[in-house]
Design a protein around this ligand. Structure first.
Ligand SMILES: Nc1nc2c(ncn2[C@@H]2O[C@H](COP(=O)(O)OP(=O)(O)OP(=O)(O)O)[C@@H](O)[C@H]2O)c(=O)[nH]1
Ligand SMILES: [Zn+2]
Length: 297
């Protein structure tokens, strides 16, 4: 046999080719025909097995089990989602933060909240809300360098993607973490014009000892297409500070919205759950119910 099976991670997908990083080298691969008949599309971030040819090229033969998969950007096996927020313009809406955090949690992806532009507005209350919820949250500033070393430490050894509203400072933070990253900040991309970025593809770049998806995505973070409707229980569990109280309510199937004997509501009233977090949960609960009824009310 002249073929050798090796494993690696897809770093980039472009025009039918997959670039797979193995322990030794970066191998250019084509997917074997059978992938087209299966419902699975190889994604950047996938751990794969490839058949290495004598000429140094390869072909994908197997996609190893995934931890998770996202559509925007199309990437698999995200360990963590770095959510950038700001107390300065554009001021982050806590509901949108909670919505993204909930999605990350439901995908088994660790949310990390960075409150940027701390030099302009130290959004202490926002920080405390998320720390109280048990979500890793740190004040950062791409301008002064506050929190950058700490963030770098969190990225090491992980596959991460950055997300957050336009103008919140994603590119600036990536550049502060590693100037070699070379993402244009707002001013620069305005000068160059957006057209330059029309042929976007996802790529995982080594940064701070980890891998970062170069396409900050997830901006319009709706329910992803073709996905199962959110289940009530999964939604409640995606608010991690609710977990100690789940199963403690008086009624089985409690929605934790306004029910008698609800342990989550009691925890909120006792100051153990921040009210804004519970409000976000209720809004997501209503949204999910509109999408598809959960039956009994
Ligand atoms: N004062 C201050 N300004 C910042 C900070 N981070 C970013 N900015 C500024 O905020 C603006 C937007 O920053 P970007 O890095 O382009 O934001 P982005 O999130 O990448 O924006 P999009 O590319 O539109 O998604 C720029 O003018 C930055 O210089 C910060 O920590 N402090
Ligand atoms: Zn309840």
């Amino acid at each position: 046999m002249s073929q050798t099976r090796v494993e690696g991670t897809i770093r980039k997908a472009l025009s039918g080719f997959y670039y797979v990083q193995t322990e030794q080298t970066l191998v250019t691969c084509r997917a074997r025909g059978k992938f087209r008949y299966q419902k699975v599309t190889p994604l950047v971030g996938d751990r794969v097995a490839i058949a290495l040819q004598p000429d140094g090229s390869g072909s994908l033969v197997e996609i190893l089990p995934r931890r998770n998969a996202f559509q925007r950007p199309a990437v698999a096996n995200l360990d963590q989602l770095v959510i950038i927020a700001s107390g300065a313009v554009p001021v982050s809406d806590p509901f949108l933060l909670d919505r993204i955090i909930s999605l990350a949690e439901r995908k088994g992806c660790e949310p990390i909240l960075c409150i940027n532009k701390w030099d302009l507005v130290p959004a202490q209350q926002l920080l405390e809300t998320y720390r109280a919820a048990g979500i890793p949250a740190l004040p950062v500033s791409a301008v002064t360098g506050l929190g950058i070393d700490q963030l770098r430490g969190l990225l090491a050894g992980k596959i991460s993607a950055f997300t957050g509203n336009s103008g919140v400072g994603k590119s600036s933070l990536l550049n502060a973490l590693d100037p070699a990253f070379g993402l244009a900040t707002g001013e620069i991309s305005e000068k160059l014009g957006r057209g330059r970025h029309t042929t976007r593809h996802v790529e995982l770049f080594p940064l701070a000892g980890g891998l970062i998806a170069d396409t900050p995505g997830f901006s319009a973070f709706d329910q992803e297409k073709g996905e199962d409707p959110v289940e009530q229980e999964a939604l409640a569990r995606s608010f991690r500070e609710f977990r100690p109280y789940l199963g403690q309510c008086r009624f089985v199937g409690c929605a934790h919205v306004k029910e008698q004997g609800c342990a989550v509501l009691a925890a909120r009233d006792a100051g153990k759950i921040v009210p804004s977090r519970h409000e976000s949960y209720v809004r997501l609960y209503e949204l999910a119910r509109e999408n598809k009824p959960w039956g009994k009310n």
